[in-house]
Design a protein around this ligand. Sequence first.
Ligand SMILES: Nc1nc2c(ncn2[C@@H]2O[C@H](COP(=O)(O)OP(=O)(O)OP(=O)(O)O)[C@@H](O)[C@H]2O)c(=O)[nH]1
Length: 440
Amino acid sequence: MDQYSDYGDNEPIYGDDLADEDREARPRLMLMGLRRSGKSSIQRVVFHKMSPTETLFLESTSKINKDNIHSFIDFQVWDFPGQMDFFDPTFDTAAIFGEVGALVFVIDSQDDYMEALARLHQTVRAAYQQNPNIIFEVFIHKVDGLSEDYKIGTYGDSRPWLLLNRLLKNTQRDIQQTTTDELADAGLENVQISFYLTSIYDHSIFEAFSKVIQKLIPQLPTLENLLNILCANSGIEKAFLFDVISKIYIATDASPVDSQSYEICSDMIDVIIDISSIYGRAAIGDKSQGYLEDQQDHQEDWSQHQQDAPEGHPDYDDSNGHHHLQGSQALVNSNNNNNNDDDQSVAQTNSSNHEAFSVIKMGNGTVLYLREVNKYLALICLLRAETFEKQGLIDYNVQCFKEAMDQVFELRRAEKTRRELEANQLIEQQQRHNGMYGHG
Ligand SMILES: Nc1nc2c(ncn2[C@@H]2O[C@H](COP(=O)(O)OP(=O)(O)OP(=O)(O)O)[C@@H](O)[C@H]2O)c(=O)[nH]1
């Protein structure tokens, strides 16, 4: 079983026998939508490293699939079957919607979406009635398919991408407007819904999921503040805190996010994982099966590449841990610190005795700076080469940032332990109380 998530504990389709562990207060995220809209594909690609083309062979979901994600925060993703019927008497809306954090509704943009919209409105009404705190998110999905028509010039315009953009915006506006009108008619004008254009064939699904997950993280404002302080004091242009395994970013600084920055940072994780796996060093995120599978794939790619390489080619020079990557014309300095004895004892408490760190200088004068924060998270910054001349300052500030992060998560752990202790004490008290009555 995947260590990263306990995928596959299929429960009966409706919620009248939800296991106790499912009722615990871990954020729950639901994937809903019509059949074949792409729910299972999204879940597999984002959380299980499935390649998008493999999703072509996914079978239709017939029961709720509950997926426990163990990462920087533990949360659950529930993948619902498309044919779900709210009016079925066995559908326990209170149990299903009662503890949901976010409900992601997936609409297939390549299909006629009128039926999907009707189902979306019905779902929002039912869920909101049970739980007005649910965050509603709509993925207008498979937008890559639309682009194909334009790429081959079906619409006979010389500027296909401009047209594509316009079409996507129209689709989004149409879906958004119809939904707002419909909900207003039902007296639900206060319901907050966000809309995203997504595809599993590019970064858009990871970016959309990032924004969804961020809303479920209680420490988000603290993390954003820390990133703002780090950027302001170090001359960093953009900083992302990434969950390494899923490549979703859980926080960023206040400067606007452009998709290109996100994509390049996300690609950097792949590069670092590639390099670490090639040279057999442990790397970020190595606690996850998802990552290990990924690592093996990359290893195979690399072996192929290596066969073609001329002997002594700088691409393959490992002597000082410096690797000149021919393809991207980047200088990578990937360094897993070898710890002295002191560090190892600290490391043992943290169950990690290495720390990934890497810098890529790109041809356009931008520097990418990655540092592992903990076993799940990595900080990736974009900065100008001139700024990077003061690397000592940046390293120092990043170290301070890491320590602050440790405190944030330590506090959370301490709070969790305190709550568990309190709960146990209550149970004990209750048992003693019952015992006394029993004797009486
Ligand atoms: N072009 C394109 N196809 C996609 C995308 N996402 C999913 N698909 C395809 O859509 C089909 C249905 O995907 P599923 O993930 O099985 O859909 P589902 O919503 O889970 O379906 P049910 O289990 O029946 O409710 C598969 O053939 C996927 O390959 C996407 O972003 N773009």
